[in-house]
Design a protein around this ligand. Structure first.
Ligand code: ASP
Length: 304
């Protein structure tokens, strides 16, 4: 395999998944085009996740769901499999592309995870694009929040009764040099309490990349992925047990369900460029590209 790429748009009970197929195809093709031209895996996952963040179909960046106070706070992470360098942000407001802010943390600071105003200041200092509240707080998001509040619930955007049409996003890639990278970005859970942070910005829970094993991006109920260190657990299955991406994804989801009855999914590209995905939810929106062969679908099922 000369290059491999997978992207996801969230897990859950996905109504009419074909609504996402054009967007998923456009984004995976853009990333595959970069990889075919020799781009680095790190640049490709940052680009793909930025494109997913710009599309209001997904629960990240522009389409981020609203918390209990009616505000959109974003979390994002990125990891470079060459040397395990990583960057993440949590509880940030305003950056158009939270994944690029996570990359700034990785490349411009000695830190891994920076939250809130400190992270926002870093972004402004480096000229990152910021948007005002109207960009994120759409009438659809407000209506979704009102429904969640009426039911007194906190939910995945794709939860069966959430009436949502968005999902956390992620990308994993192996470039032509054999380097791996992963990135994840989210608005969190609909109606989450102010200050709540899930797995997406936590290295080893919602994201992981190591050239010695694989690159992983997760989506689902963040607390369950945090408690099981799920991304690192999946990498362990590849590194120490020699499993393929597909087998490691299945094993990781089996572990998530066995340990905490968890709900979600993950995408994996291993060091040999094999792709794998698994879920415990009814659906997982995803697309993959391996040396020009593109598949767009929910896990196990093609939607276009
Ligand atoms: N994992 C995200 C969180 O818990 C939500 C999602 O994947 O949709 O914040």
């Amino acid at each position: 395999m000369t290059y491999s790429l997978m992207i996801h748009g969230g897990a859950g009970a996905i109504r009419a998944p074909e609504r996402f197929s054009e967007s998923l195809r456009r984004i995976v093709e853009a990333g595959a085009g970069m990889l075919a031209c020799g781009a680095a895996a790190l640049d490709v996952v940052a680009r793909c996740v930025s494109m997913l963040e710009d599309d209001p179909l997904y629960n990240a960046g522009r389409g981020a769901v609203l918390n209990a106070d009616g505000a959109a706070f974003c979390d994002a992470s990125i990891m470079d499999g060459r040397d395990l360098s990583a960057g993440a942000v949590a509880g940030v407001r305003g950056p158009r592309n939270p994944v690029l802010l996570a990359r700034l943390v990785m490349e411009k600071t000695p830190h891994v995870l920076v939250i809130g105003e400190g992270a926002e200041s870093l972004g402004r200092a480096h000229g990152l694009v910021f948007e005002d509240e109207a960009y994120f707080v759409t009438p659809e998001r407000l209506a979704q929040l009102a429904r969640a509040k009426a039911r007194h619930e906190t939910s995945l955007d794709h939860a069966p009764n959430a009436h949502g049409k968005l999902g956390t996003v992620g990308a994993v890639a192996r470039d032509q040099s054999g380097n791996l990278a992963a990135a994840t970005s989210t608005g969190g859970l609909v109606n989450q309490m102010s200050g709540r942070v899930g797995d997406s910005p936590v290295i080893g829970a919602g994201v992981y990349a190591d050239n010695a094993s694989c690159a992983i991006s997760c989506t689902g109920v963040g607390e369950q992925f945090l408690r099981t260190s799920l991304a690192r657990t999946a990498a362990f299955f590849v590194e120490s047990q020699g499993l393929t991406a597909e087998a490691a994804a299945q094993e990781a989801i089996a572990y998530l369900v066995r340990k905490v009855n968890g709900s979600g999914g993950l995408i994996v590209v291993d060091r040999n460029g094999r792709c794998g995905a698994a879920r415990s939810t009814p659906g997982l929106l995803m697309a993959s590209a391996q040396d020009g062969r593109i598949i767009v679908g929910t896990e196990g099922e093609s939607i276009s």
